[in-house]
Design a protein around this ligand. Sequence first.
Ligand SMILES: *[C@@H]1O[C@H](CO)[C@@H](O)[C@H](O)[C@H]1NC(C)=O
Ligand SMILES: *[C@@H]1O[C@H](CO)[C@@H](O)[C@H](O)[C@H]1NC(C)=O
Length: 175
Amino acid sequence: MIIGCCFICLFAVLINKVSLDVTVEAVFGGSVVLPCSSDEHDLKLQDIDVFWRGKDNAVIYNLIKGADSLDSQDQRYKNRAQTFPDEYKKGNFSIKLVNLTHTDAGKFICYITPSDEQETVQLIIKESTEQENHGPETQFNWWQILLICVFTSSVLVFPIAYFIFMRKKRTQAPI
Ligand SMILES: *[C@@H]1O[C@H](CO)[C@@H](O)[C@H](O)[C@H]1NC(C)=O
Ligand SMILES: *[C@@H]1O[C@H](CO)[C@@H](O)[C@H](O)[C@H]1NC(C)=O
């Protein structure tokens, strides 16, 4: 039982480590900033291309040599994606998506070349701010799971260890 519990803990930790995706939440009809930053310093914008892709690899935005390009933008993102050109020189290529619908929920990818960086953003669309209050209590995060596991296993381990210790003492006593 303890082993099972610890296995779950380990699994939860591993999942958390493996998926380095950023998850952002937004409200239906609202807007959201999808983050994407380059770790490179001394950026020369004229050398950089950034490709923002949405569902089914649909084009949201291309930044060619540091300049916005909407040439091949998918219809579903028309007039809904905004860039922050003032942030480019800081390596911040985040975009803002407005008028969110449920079909926007899912995975977004930002590719930066030639540094070959890639950032994945998971977008969650919530119904409205009203329903927000019902959810969070049922959502366990892995920290809570870990704490519960550590707590339950220590509660179980101590009496068992004590029991074994006492038994050893008792069997040793007559000698
Ligand atoms: C986004 O929503 C606003 C306000 O509801 C509306 O005026 C605008 O036309 C919408 N834009 C798009 C691209 O749907
Ligand atoms: C990037 O720019 C956006 C828009 O101004 C901002 O919301 C975001 O916090 C910035 N991110 C970083 C890492 O500076």
